[in-house]
Design a protein around this ligand. Structure first.
Ligand code: HEM
Length: 151
């Protein structure tokens, strides 16, 4: 009689253990960060390369970047990459100047802002960044507008 009871309890424990294991396996994985979904540092660097190439080719904004020497362009790309990586939850820290200081005295217009966002959007499309990721990234950069336009 005692032996049967022990066997019964052992069975109950085995069933519980198996079910708990299955529950742990079914727990949803945490969603990958936007940084990961953008392809990490490499994916971001490719997008930034094309973003800057688009800016330089765009008559609406390229006067702003005219005469920039190679090291300055390199620094701009590196800062933009760090800024995006940082904002997207990646393992980077943006160490450039804040947006207000950077764009101070430039009197960037609303039209230039829109052209710049368009150029970034084109670069994201070229690298097949999904609509969700695109809107998440633009949503992170959008609030910077007040510090960039009209300074
Ligand atoms: C999404 C909007 C924008 C972002 C995220 C952004 C970000 C940045 C960053 C990170 C830098 C480098 C900062 C540093 O050197 O410490 C920079 C520099 C610069 N930005 Fe912007 N920017 C934006 C919009 C614009 C617009 C609309 C213009 C004008 C058309 C503009 C013109 C410039 C110029 C000319 C520089 C170089 C400044 C220098 O080296 O002295 N930016 N921007």
């Amino acid at each position: 009689m005692k032996g049967r009871r022990i066997l019964g309890w052992t069975l109950v424990l085995v069933v519980l253990a198996v079910n708990l294991g299955a529950c742990a396996a079914m727990a949803p994985e945490p969603a990958p960060s936007l940084y990961k979904r953008l392809g990490g540092r490499d994916g971001i660097a490719l997008v930034v390369d094309d973003f800057v190439a688009n800016l330089v080719a765009d008559a609406r904004v390229n006067a702003r970047f005219k005469g920039m020497q190679v090291p300055a362009v390199f620094k701009l790309k590196s800062n933009l990459s760090d800024q995006i990586c940082d904002a997207a939850g990646g393992p980077c820290s943006y160490l450039g100047r804040d947006m207000k200081t950077t764009h101070k005295g430039m009197r960037v217009t609303d039209a230039e802002w829109s052209a710049t966002v368009e150029n970034l959007s084109k670069a994201l499309d070229k690298h097949k960044v999904g609509a969700k990721e695109k809107s998440e990234l633009l949503g992170l950069l959008g609030p910077m507008k007040g510090d960039i336009v009209g300074q």
